[in-house]
Design a protein around this ligand. Structure first.
Ligand code: FEO
Ligand code: CA
Ligand code: CA
Length: 656
């Protein structure tokens, strides 16, 4: 890593700065006090350099524990997965699938920590962890690496090994697991009463305005009120009332036979339009579940896909309570869901739709959060208004309500017959409203210290340099730059900072600026800030590309984990920058991941002495015959996604 590689501040224009400073003056007192608090947290660790090594690299003085690996048992009733047998076909059995139902799932993503006993200092809690997807070619001997490129192979392989559908369904979803640290490493408790798997087959309630709507009804569920399972669970959130939110993201990869569906004569044209808007058109899906299970065959169950793409709420301390899909929060490729209580007591939930040229959303509850009666908040996410964001070139913006009305913009003439259709086809509703098409908005989270909201646009290689018409997601759109996504071929991504009017999270107007652009400024692929010299660094500035999930420490510093190309082709990692003071936006690298892994999670214990990260899909670029990673177990081991807990060897706050 060299100093010329830089994740740098961008101040877009002087007039905007003036405007933003005016906006800040309205809240001058609290911000001033926040800035002095933030200045006390030094981020004094010595940054590491990027690496291509197949291991976790941390700054001096830090250690990590592998807390739980894919396949480790969450109960004494099943054995741990025998990873040494995977290359010999060990997962091609019905027993393997049954065991996976009670083992930690695959490809961990979001992590949230629910402290169990405040008296014992953040060392005992329950983790809720998403298990987003499976790398079938690293699980099943003889399965090719092809991801949708060889449909005949997928179909033939599944017909030959039908039990892998049950195995893969069991490896998806959510894991709830109790964790603890005494004086040594973090460990999970195999026999905890809280341990639980939610898989692609677990019974889940559907609630909110779309519950029971015709589009949610199937042969298995003629009421449209209950669905079997969840998958594509990417990032998530933690509610103020102590529940976990899990975001269903890439659901299009699980449904097949769309040629058969589109050829049907009896189709409702609005249903077809909704599936096309989500780019649902596979004949054989990458996972091929439809080969064995007709609910994933769009020609037989065209509504099943409408039952996915939601936010799922899980109560981690009530293992027998069914999870709930909250339809009021809309249906799109949900990356995350980040709740915060607004000044008026209503709850805002910030969300990104992680696809190219998609939108940033916010839900605001109709009712107020009741801190004294946690049970009163149980269905708070069922009533409220969903908004999509429009970013204007003057540094201002507006939240546009996705509300059906016969005399409003979302009406039958525009393709929406009621609020359920608006929520199920939220992307199309946001199109009509003129929301701003973003560069794959992944995590969207408010900084709990300042209330400012950070929107992580991971990248968008399809963004053109010029404002020209193109096609994406079955839409003819302007694929060129806009104010909030200013870079053509945005290969390194960027992060936007949004300030709600009066710092009120229920507000419908906001101001915004780009906090940082990722990439390599020396090669000209990143946009050079005219004010780069204004940034006084006390350390080399680390390069960053493909920012994905974020987290905040107690001092309000922004922690960023990455998924995708990095400058100098290094592995993914974990980075941090202050968002206030002279070092604002100046990145330091804290951790480097194993080969082909992405880093997700990024959540601290309340005392900030432990950072939990998900190491997702290590070795994804390899095959079982030619492994590219052996993490975490080394030697000749098959790579396994795992959660790690990072701490200071001698104790203390992470990053200090
Ligand atoms: Fe599952 Fe957008 O990352
Ligand atoms: Ca992600
Ligand atoms: Ca990602």
């Amino acid at each position: 890593m060299t100093q010329s590689y830089i994740g740098f501040l961008i101040e877009q224009c002087l007039s905007r700065r003036g405007l933003l400073h005016s906006a800040l003056l309205a809240t001058a007192l609290p911000l001033a006090s926040l800035q002095s608090r933030a200045a006390t947290h030094s981020l004094g660790f010595k940054s590491i350099t990027g690496s291509k090594e197949d291991r976790i690299i941390l700054p001096e003085g830090y250690v990590y524990d592998v807390l739980i690996r894919w396949g480790e048992a969450l109960s004494h009733r099943v054995p741990d997965m025998d990873a040494t047998g995977i290359q010999k076909g060990g997962l091609l059995t019905a027993d393997a699938a049954l065991n996976q139902l009670q083992q930690f799932g695959s490809n961990c993503d979001a992590i949230h920590f629910f402290q169990l006993n405040a008296a014992i200092k953040s060392t005992q809690g329950v983790l809720c962890i998403n298990n987003e997807y499976t790398n079938d070619w690293l699980m099943y001997a003889g399965r090719k690496q092809a991801f949708g490129n060889d449909p005949q192979h997928v179909r033939d392989y599944i017909l030959q090994h039908p039990s892998i559908v049950a195995m893969s369904k069991a490896a998806h979803g959510i894991s709830v697991v109790e964790v603890q640290r005494d004086h040594g490493p973090w460990r999970y408790l195999k026999s905890s009463k809280y341990n639980r798997r939610v898989t692609a087959s677990t019974l889940i309630e559907i609630k909110g305005p779309a519950r029971g709507y015709a589009w949610l009804k199937t042969q298995a569920d003629p009421t449209g009120t209950q669905v079997s399972g969840t998958f594509g669970n990417c990032a998530g959130g933690r509610t103020p009332w102590g529940t976990y939110l899990s975001a269903e993201e890439n659901i299009q990869d699980y449904f097949g036979n769309f040629a058969g569906f589109y050829a049907r004569k009896k189709n409702d044209s609005a249903v077809m339009a909704a599936h096309q808007r989500w780019r649902m058109w596979s004949d054989v899906s990458p996972y091929g579940w439809e080969v064995m299970d007709q609910r994933f065959d769009a020609s037989l169950e065209p509504n099943e896909a409408f039952r996915f793409g939601w936010i799922v709420e899980v109560d981690p301390l009530n293992p027998h309570k069914p999870p709930v899909k909250r339809t009021a929060l809309g249906r799109f490729a949900h990356e995350a869901a980040s709740p915060i209580v607004a000044a008026n007591g209503k709850v805002a939930v910030y969300m990104g739709d992680d696809d190219k040229f998609e939108y940033v959303y916010k839900f605001v509850s109709a009712q107020r959060f009741d801190a004294k009666h946690p049970a009163a908040n149980a269905d708070l996410l069922d009533q409220g208004i969903l908004y999509a964001a429009r970013f204007d070139a003057n540094g201002r913006g507006e939240w546009l309500p996705l509300v059906y009305s016969s005399d409003g913009p979302l009406n039958a003439e525009k393709g929406f017959r009621n609020q359920a259709e608006v929520l199920i086809n939220a992307r199309a509703a946001a199109d009509v409203l003129g929301a701003t098409m973003m560069d794959r908005p992944e995590d969207v989270e408010p900084n709990p210290l300042t209330g400012k909201v950070y929107i992580v646009c991971t990248r968008n290689e399809s963004r053109a340099d010029q404002n020209v018409q193109g096609t994406y997601g079955h839409r003819k759109i302007d694929v060129g730059p806009n104010a909030a996504n200013p870079r053509g071929k945005n290969v390194w991504g960027h992060i936007i900072e949004l300030t709600e009017n009066n710092n009120d999270h229920s507000a419908v107007k906001f101001s915004w600026e780009v906090l940082l652009m990722g990439g390599d400024s020396s090669a000209g692929s990143a946009r050079q800030s005219e004010n780069t010299e204004d940034v006084k660094t006390d350390h080399p500035v680390s390069a960053i590309g493909s920012p994905d999930n974020i987290g905040f420490d107690a001092a309000g510093n922004l922690w960023i984990v990455t998924d995708g190309p990095q400058p100098e082709n290094n592995n993914n990692g974990c980075f941090v920058c202050p968002v206030m003071g002279p070092q604002r936006g100046v990145i330091k690298q804290f951790m480097s991941a194993p080969v082909d892994a992405e880093v997700c999670g990024c959540v601290f214990t309340p005392d900030n002495e432990t950072l939990f990260l998900s190491i997702q899909h290590p070795g994804e670029g390899g095959t079982l015959d030619n492994l590219s990673s052996h993490w975490p177990d080394g030697g000749n081991a098959v790579p396994r996604s795992s959660v790690i807990a990072i701490r200071k060897k001698d104790g203390g706050v992470i990053g200090s």
